[in-house]
Ligand binder design. Structure first.
Ligand code: TMP
Length: 240
């Protein structure tokens, strides 16, 4: 792809966004930097950027085939993804299939408890506030999205779960929960950001071993190996 990198638009905790010579097209550069607990904990996961870039690309392609509009336009290199430029909606949508993390804490249910019908949660994407949970009324009050946009986001989050869950299961991974971000381009909405072990909880189907960023959050060790294992299952075989 013939695209020239231009100025840095934004640097986040795990990615850098660059403008390009094409209007409406940006590059996401995936770093190895890892943070947790609103950046109170910092570290490096060697090779994470490559895993997250390649895994996100593979899953965005799978979702596009299922009719989910995504910002993914192409892969430029191991760490660079070409994307449609979006005006990001400041809502993080979480879908949960198995109780873990903050849901275990909030409800007292044991981590690992299955959830019959997936749970969708909304959080306010705000670093200074530490991403607090929101309901539909808060979204309306804060004008983060129109009611029609929010309905679409929730519907699409469940559709994405319906596509990714069996896709990952076939590759030996339980999709415990995951986070999605959406954005606007013109009059349309698209799935943005990334889908990776940073933004999903993934457990081995048989051993239930954690193969995601919880190994970093909870100091479980074997972090790089877990990311490489996910890569091997989702991307490696596809390229071989
Ligand atoms: P939680 O149980 O901590 O609320 O996390 C739910 C899911 O969201 C989990 O798959 C990890 C992902 N997540 C992010 O992508 N970014 C975040 O900042 C947090 C807290 C969670």
């Amino acid at each position: 792809m013939n695209v020239e990198t231009r100025e840095k638009l934004y640097e986040g905790k795990a990615k850098i966004v660059y403008a390009t010579d094409q209007p409406g097209v940006i590059i996401q550069y995936f770093k190895d930097d890892a943070t947790a607990f609103n950046a109170l904990k910092r570290g490096t996961i060697v090779g994470k950027g490559v895993v997250n870039n390649r895994m996100s690309a593979a899953l965005f392609e799978r979702l596009a085939r299922a009719g989910v509009p995504t910002h993914y336009l192409g892969t430029l290199s191991d760490r660079e993804m070409l994307c449609r430029r979006l005006q990001i909606i400041k809502i993080e949508a979480i879908v949960r299939n198995i109780v873990a993390g903050s849901l275990a804490k909030r409800t007292g249910l044991e981590e690992g408890t299955p959830i019959k019908a997936p749970v969708v949660e909304l959080y306010y994407k705000s670093d200074p506030l530490g991403d607090p949970m929101l309901n539909d009324d808060h979204v309306r009050m804060l004008k983060l999205a129109t009611p029609a946009e929010l309905a679409w986001i929730k519907r699409m989050a469940l559709k994405i779960n319906g596509v990714l869950r069996p896709h990952l299961k076939k590759r030996g991974l339980l999709l415990v929960d995951f986070k999605l971000e959406f954005g606007r381009s013109g009059k349309k909405l698209y799935l943005g950001d990334e889908i990776s072990p940073d933004t999903c909880r993934l457990w081995d189907v048989t051993t239930r071993e954690k193969l995601d960023k919880d190994r970093f959050r909870r100091d479980l060790g074997g972090i790089e190996e877990a990311y490489q294992e996910v890569y091997r299952r989702l991307v490696g075989e596809q390229r071989a």
